[in-house]
Design a protein around this ligand. Structure first.
Ligand SMILES: O=C(O)c1cc(=O)[nH]c(=O)n1[C@@H]1O[C@H](COP(=O)(O)O)[C@@H](O)[C@H]1O
Length: 275
């Protein structure tokens, strides 16, 4: 099954548009694990246990592992996800972007070493920096398009004077990803929940692509506005929340609190698509 079909199957099975982002920060771990980077796997695995029936995807962020020399714990976590939640696709959030020869190595890292179903990429270096990922059958390649941060406007919202119709950079990217770059249906786009108008614009330009949408929860994006702007029955949206779920409590009830936060987010998203 390819990444897109995996998403649609998990969405149906778990009745969910929610992705839980796995951004483990030892300083925020509950006692007695606070500050202990050797507990990164344990912390993430317990979050997975508490939420795996509520999500359509998980999204580990590689920097939170690499910064603590914990890539071995990321490998362990990926194997754990395969074993305990095989129906949930896993997006490795790595935001890679480099020349083709180096991209080949990054693709191998994501898909062979970590066994991810999809990876996030920066498209700044152009199509030949994306192509190596598209040579992995069925895997997803999700391109940054209109990111959730304020600085995303610095470049992404700029107008391209020499492209027909003078689109903004993010609009041009959405069109390319839906069309000529999407050679075998593996591309998706990242658009922040913090910009619902741009999100609607991207959905209009890319009607069938999976959209990864971070920014609800800790960044204050509106879950209902997100669904109204982007949800379509036949085009997956992956609405991602990390900190609001992971660190819902740092007391003894942290796993239950993470589950409650995930249930609340999932219900908000579902209410919006049904309402
Ligand atoms: O690619 C991403 O996931 C991403 C794109 C974006 O535009 N904004 C964004 O915050 N993210 C990621 O989403 C996570 C933050 O989620 P919250 O903790 O819910 O705010 C981090 O892992 C970010 O790297």
């Amino acid at each position: 099954m390819n990444f897109r079909d995996q998403l649609l199957a998990a969405e149906r099975k778990h009745d969910s548009l929610l992705c839980v982002g796995l951004d483990p920060d030892p300083e925020k771990f509950p006692a007695p694990w606070t500050g202990d980077a050797s507990r990164i796997f344990d912390f993430c695995a317990r979050i997975v246990d508490a939420t795996k029936d509520l999500v359509l995807a998980f999204k580990p962020q590689i920097a939170y592992f690499a910064a603590h020399r914990a890539e071995d714990q990321l490998e362990q976590l990926m194997a754990y996800l395969r074993r305990t939640a095989p129906e949930v696709p896993v997006i490795l959030d790595a935001k890679r972007g480099d020349i083709g020869a180096t991209a080949e190595q990054y693709a191998r890292e994501a898909f062979e070493r970590y066994q991810a179903d999809a990876v996030t990429l920066s498209p700044f270096m152009g199509l030949d920096s994306i192509e190596p990922y598209l040579r992995w059958p069925g895997k997803g390649a999700i391109l940054l398009c209109r990111t959730s941060n304020a600085g995303g406007s610095d470049l992404q919202a700029r107008t391209l004077a020499d492209v027909e119709g003078q689109p903004k950079l993010f609009e041009h990217l959405a069109r390319l990803a839906q069309g000529e770059w999407n050679r075998n249906g593996q591309l998706g786009l990242v658009v922040g929940a913090t910009y619902p108008e741009e999100l609607a614009r991207v959905r209009a330009l890319a009607p069938t692509l999976p959209l990864l949408i971070p920014g609800i929860g800790a960044q204050g994006g509106d879950a209902a506005a997100t669904v109204r702007a982007a949800w379509r029955a036949d085009a997956p949206i992956i609405v991602s929340s990390s900190r609001a779920v992971l660190y819902a409590s740092n007391g003894a009830d942290w796993q239950a609190a993470a589950r409650s936060a995930a249930i609340a987010a999932r219900e908000q998203l579902n209410a919006a698509r049904r309402g």
